[in-house]
Design a protein around this ligand. Structure first.
Ligand SMILES: [Zn+2]
Length: 341
């Protein structure tokens, strides 16, 4: 209709195909088209995102270009995705108070991100911010999240990182509090989608915290932040970064419950694990185990649920370990046995 000069008076109930939506999004001058695209995206947040700007933006782009991008249907579709993930985080109780934050890389050194002091359960597209990679706010009415430096340092360090997601899901955070990565070789989904490293504790929002997390992104896409929470990244989109949260949280919950069943836990064999890692590699995900031999894969385990802990040593047991005391006990025993003859 538009091509044939009939304007963009598309009926309200029209279904817009992805290519038609792309075409409409190019009609930057038409408010009508924009409204329709935004409405269509709001109705179907799972649709493929609209095309990014033809000319990639940087923090040095003219303010007018940044503004036109920030208010474009494409940016709106990304903001809607962030809001949708925020609502899912909140519904699943992975965030508390105003906790949790997300970012999407939208140019060489710029990112869209969530604001500070807004619950992810009520996040709206107009709450989102545009920042440069130093954390300076470029656009957006609300102030950017205080934890943005970590997201940006991850993106700087890991050029593949398109989107980052941080929150505090209770079971995975429990492992972060204990300072241990969950044991491996138990569930396929977890092994394929997550590779988990542990970053030491630093004050949230500090450059030091960001640096320590960023250093792990070469090998891990899911990072437990000691005494704090979890952060994930994806080379595809924000939804995949969010999926990693669901997967690690479900995994941690499952193994905690499995550990209470009173049976030893079954794990994959080395060859079974190798097959999963092959799938993982074909999906373009990172994992430090890609080069390992089959026999090395399922051998680690700082903590295995269901494993019996060694009983605390009693005083008598300790004596048994002392060679002098052991010799004395043997001498006395021999004496008693000799008297009994
Ligand atoms: Zn946090």
């Amino acid at each position: 209709m538009v091509r044939h000069g009939q304007g963009v008076n598309i009926p309200d109930d029209a279904l817009v195909t992805p290519s038609a939506r792309d075409f409409l999004s190019e009609l930057e001058t038409s408010d009508n088209a924009r409204a329709l695209v935004a409405k269509n995206n709001a109705n179907a947040s799972n649709c493929a995102p609209l095309a990014p700007p033809a000319k990639p933006l940087t923090s040095k782009s003219p303010k007018s270009e940044l503004e036109s991008f920030f208010n474009s249907p494409y940016a709106h579709s990304l903001k809607l995705q962030i809001c949708e993930m925020g609502h899912r985080l909140w519904k699943r109780a992975y965030v508390d108070g105003n906790g949790g934050n997300m970012a999407i890389r939208v140019g060489e050194d710029i990112a869209l991100c969530t604001p500070t002091l807004v619950s992810k359960g009520s996040l709206q597209p107009e709450d989102l911010c545009l920042v440069d990679f130093e954390g300076n706010q470029l656009l957006g009415a609300k102030k950017r999240t205080s934890e943005i430096l970590m997201h940006l340092q991850m993106m700087k360090r890991q050029p593949q990182a398109v989107a980052t997601c941080h929150c505090h899901p209770p079971y995975a955070t429990a492992f972060a509090v204990a300072g241990i990565a969950p044991p491996t070789c138990m569930l396929p989904e977890y092994e394929v989608f997550c590779s988990v490293g542990v970053a030491p504790y630093r004050t949230p929002g500090s450059a030091d915290m960001g640096k320590l997390v960023a250093e792990l992104t070469d090998q891990y896409n899911t990072i437990l932040m000691a005494n704090h929470g979890v952060v994930t990244w994806s080379h595809n989109n924000i939804e995949e970064a969010y999926w990693r949260m669901e997967i690690i949280e479900a995994y941690c919950r499952t193994i905690v419950v499995a550990g209470q069943l009173g049976k030893p836990i079954n794990t994959f064999t080395g060859p079974q694990m190798k097959e999963l890692l092959n799938i993982k590699q074909s999906l373009g995900f990172v994992d430090p185990r890609f080069g390992m031999k089959e026999c090395e894969l399922c051998d680690s385990g700082d903590w295995r649920p269901g494993a019996t802990c060694p009983a605390p040593q009693s005083a008598e047991a300790t004596i048994g370990l002392d060679p002098d005391a052991e010799a004395a006990v043997k001498a006395i025993t021999d004496q008693i046995l000799a008297q009994m003859k």
